[in-house]
Ligand binder design. Structure first.
Ligand code: SF4
Length: 361
C-alpha cells in the first residue's frame, strides 16, 4: 500500500474520490473474444459485475437512438470490445506531441463540450477498446530506431486512464515501453485513478500527463471527468519518487484548451498556483499549452452532442488558420494569442524554473 504525502490543496479546488466510469453495457465481438487479451478484459468486466453481451457478428449495431442526442447517450454508456482493423497498424505522425500515434481504444467516457474527438472519429461515440493489444504493441517495434529516442502518443483518440480499470491496456503499454531500448510513451488524462500504475516497471520511458484548466472552464465544460484538484493529486502521486511511495514517472501538465474567459488572468493564476502546490518537489516536468480552436466539422458534431452548450464557437470573432490539406481551423486572433502565450510562458517560468515548455499552439 502506498502512503503518499498529500500536497495541501487550494480551498477552491476540492479533491474527491477517484472517478470510475462504469458502462451500462459491455459488448464483445466474436473476434475480440478469440483474442487472449479479449479474454482478460472479459474477466475484468465480469469481476466488476458489468452486464456483458456477446455479439454474433463483428459489426456493432443497434447503437442509434431516435435522435442524435439519444445516440450520444446510448453510446457514452457503452463499452465495445473489438479488434483494431489492419489499417491501424500503419502509424501516423503526431507533431508536435510525439513522433507517432497509436491507439488502444477509440472514444472516451467523459463529456467535454469542446471534445477533441468530435469530428475526428466517425459514427456514434461508443467507447471501443481493442482486444488485439499484444499485436498492436508488437507492431510498434517496426517504428523504433536503434540509436534515437522515438516517442509514441497513445491518447489521441481516447482517455486511456478513464478506461484503465476496465481494460488494463495502459499498464500493458507502460510495461512494454519499459522494456524497449529507447521507445518513449506519452499519455494524457482528465481522470485520477492512478494507484495501479505506481509500481509498474516503466524504466523512465513513460511520461504521464494530466490535462488541466481554469475552474470556470473545467466546471462548465468538462462533464464526467475528475476534478482538477484530483487530477493534480494524481499527477503528484505519479511524479513522487518511489522512495516516497510515488511512481517516479516523468510527468507533464497540458493546459488545454486555454480560453480568454472573463478575468482569465485571475482564474489561470489560481490554476498555476494549485499546480505549484501539487508539484512542490523536484521532478521531470513538461508543459504543453494549447489554445482553444475548432473546425467546421467539430463544431457541427459538438452542437449535436451538446445543443445547450455555452461554449464560444463564433467564427466571426476568430482568425482562420488553413493547413496544407485545405482544412480550416478557427483560432483566437494574433493579439489575443500573443497575450495568452506571454502570460503562460512568464508565469510557468517563474513558478517552475526546471520545467520545460514543449510548445504553444
Ligand atoms: S477527456 Fe478528452 S477525449 Fe474525453 S471527452 Fe474530454 S476532451 Fe474528449
Amino acid at each position: 500500500m502506498h502512503v503518499i504525502p498529500t500536497a495541501k490543496t487550494s480551498s477552491h479546488l476540492e479533491v474527491r474520490k477517484p472517478r470510475l466510469w462504469m458502462p451500462e453495457r459491455v459488448l464483445f465481438t466474436p473476434a475480440a473474444l478469440e483474442e487472449s487479451y479479449g479474454q482478460k478484459i472479459l474477466e475484468r468486466v465480469e469481476s466488476l459485475n458489468l452486464p456483458v453481451e456477446k455479439l454474433s457478428r463483428n459489426r456493432l449495431t443497434n447503437l442509434r437512438g431516435e435522435s442524435d442526442r439519444e445516440t450520444y447517450n446510448i453510446s457514452k454508456r457503452t463499452l465495445a470490445v473489438v479488434t483494431a482493423p489492419p489499417s491501424s497498424f500503419k502509424l501516423s505522425p503526431i507533431p508536435p506531441s510525439a513522433d507517432w500515434q497509436f491507439h488502444i481504444a477509440e472514444g472516451c467516457p467523459a463529456h467535454c463540450q469542446y471534445c477533441y474527438l468530435a469530428g475526428s472519429l466517425q459514427g456514434p461515440p461508443v467507447i471501443r477498446v481493442f482486444a488485439n493489444l499484444p499485436q498492436i504493441l508488437e507492431n510498434l517495434s517496426a517504428y523504433l530506431l536503434p540509436d534515437k529516442t522515438t516517442s509514441f502518443e497513445v491518447s489521441c483518440y481516447t482517455d486511456p486512464l478513464g478506461i484503465e480499470h476496465l481494460t488494463g491496456s495502459l499498464s500493458e503499454c507502460i510495461r512494454y515501453f519499459g522494456t524497449t531500448e529507447n521507445g518513449h510513451l506519452r499519455w494524457v488524462s482528465k481522470f485520477d485513478q492512478v494507484d495501479e500504475l505506481l509500481d509498474l516497471p516503466h524504466n523512465g520511458h513513460t511520461r504521464c500527463r494530466t490535462s488541466v484548466n481554469a475552474a470556470p472552464v473545467s466546471s462548465r465544460f468538462e462533464g464526467g471527468t475528475a476534478s482538477v484538484a484530483s487530477r493534480l493529486q494524481a499527477l503528484r502521486k505519479l511524479a513522487l519518487p518511489r522512495t516516497q511511495g510515488g511512481g517516479g514517472y516523468p510527468v507533464g501538465l497540458v493546459i488545454a484548451p486555454i480560453m480568454p474567459i472573463d478575468n482569465w488572468t485571475e482564474h489561470y493564476t489560481h490554476l498555476l498556483d494549485s499546480m505549484s502546490e501539487a508539484l512542490d518537489f523536484e521532478c521531470d516536468l513538461t508543459f504543453e499549452l494549447i489554445s482553444h480552436r475548432f473546425t467546421p466539422g467539430s463544431k457541427e458534431v459538438l452542437q449535436t452532442w451538446y445543443p445547450q452548450s455555452k461554449l464560444d464557437m463564433d467564427e466571426a470573432t476568430r482568425s482562420v488558420k488553413r493547413n496544407k490539406f485545405g482544412g480550416t481551423k478557427y483560432v483566437y486572433d494574433a493579439d489575443t494569442m500573443k497575450k495568452l502565450r506571454r502570460f503562460f510562458e512568464d508565469e510557468i517560468t517563474k513558478r517552475f524554473p526546471q520545467g520545460r515548455i514543449l510548445y504553444w499552439t
